[in-house]
Design a protein. Structure first.
Lengths: 249, 74
């Protein structure tokens, strides 16, 4: 991201804004998916990004992480003064973006610890192993186990642990509770609150909207790539119409 | 097998009937646990993780630019 230093961020809506999307338009080929989405987050804030199947939630996360697909044709993505929209995925990673994808992507043939090590190959490392194991005792117990043989919940923890092995500023979680028992969900929620405490900003996409809203400070609801709601998480929890219309609750 | 940049990882890829023999090893680890894994699975995951770790850039085609000195293909 050369030239980032000289660029002036002209549309800062509030001096507290740490991360923001400014009118992003994202495409898969000809398919126009995210249609002019804007949002802003403060440091340490947790945002629940919600909406029905196909609304564009995963696409938004991928756009932020600067994966090659979707293509962001217009709009700006700023994290802590860095213009992510000018860079590629590895540059977004170096700037502090970590995407924990829905399929978790634990690498077969590598142990829990090796999966974590692989996140630490480049500069910009985050939590040391001891700290990670302190927060994830289940991973500590299974550090020599092949990562793909972990339970779903443990794999999710490993995926989050791997993100924390980087110097993460913005954590993007795509359906972290999917397929997990309530007790494991609670364990992960506890970790996400600990992560918030240390100032990491989080966007959580979740089908379990109620759980995500209880955890989050703010909420954005997408409806076929358009912003349907943006405001406090509590406001959504209190609004039957929103819950019903966009979240099918 | 050549030693990868900065001595962090060594890889060996061997084309074998549509799949790659893939052996990622930590530098301090013995090269014993060889796995025979399909290209589109582990290799891509591995690429993805290296990009996510800020280690490699992507080419315009979307594939990862492995530094040639890091990879040996047979
Ligand atoms: N690689 C792709 N190529 C073309 N279209 C895609 C691709 N990935 C997703 N889409 C389309 O983009 C739209 C938004 O998909 P996206 O995965 O962002 O939805 P989502 O909100 O995450 O849904 P879900 O809750 O089901 O995960 C959908 O219509 C989907 O079919
Ligand atoms: Mg999705």
């Amino acid at each position: 991201m050369s030239g980032a230093e000289q660029k002036v961020d002209e549309h800062v809506p509030s001096e507290n804004t740490f991360f923001r999307l400014e009118e992003i338009h994202a495409y898969y080929g000809e398919s126009y998916i995210v249609q002019g989405l804007s949002l802003a987050l403060k440091k340490g804030e947790i945002l629940a990004l919600l909406g029905r199947n196909g609304a564009g939630k995963t696409t938004t996360l991928r756009a932020i992480a600067r994966t090659d697909n979707p293509v962001v044709q217009k709009g700006e993505i700023w994290l802590d003064g860095v213009p992510l929209h000018e860079g590629k995925a590895y540059q977004a990673a170096l700037a502090g973006v970590q995407l924990v994808p829905e399929d978790r992507r634990i690498i077969e043939g590598l142990t829990v610890e090796e999966n974590i090590f692989l996140a630490r190959v480049a500069e910009g490392r985050g939590w040391e192993l001891d700290r990670i194991y302190g927060h994830f005792p289940r991973l500590a117990e299974r550090r020599k186990q092949d990562g793909v043989t972990l339970s779903g919940g443990e794999q999710q923890m490993l995926a989050i642990a791997r993100a924390l092995s980087r110097d993460v500023k913005l954590l993007l979680l795509d359906e972290p509770y999917e397929g997990l028992a309530p007790v494991i969900v609670q364990e992960i929620e506890k970790i996400l609150l600990e992560i918030k405490e240390v100032g990491i900003t989080t966007i959580i996409v979740e089908q379990n909207a109620i759980a995500a809203l209880k955890l989050a400070d703010s909420a954005v609801i997408l409806d076929t790539g358009l912003l349907a709601f943006s405001g406090d998480a509590q406001e959504v929890l209190n609004n039957e119409d929103l819950l019903q219309e966009y979240l099918a609750i | 097998m050549r030693t990868c940049c900065r001595n962090i990882w060594r890889f060996k890829f061997r084309a074998k009937s549509g799949s790659l023999k893939f052996r990622p090893v930590l530098f301090e680890k013995e090269c014993s646990d060889e796995a025979n894994l399909p290209q589109n699975n582990v290799f891509q995951l591995f690429e993805w993780q290296l990009v996510s770790s800020g280690y490699y850039g992507s080419t315009p085609s979307g594939t990862t630019d492995f530094a040639p000195e890091c990879v040996e293909r047979a």
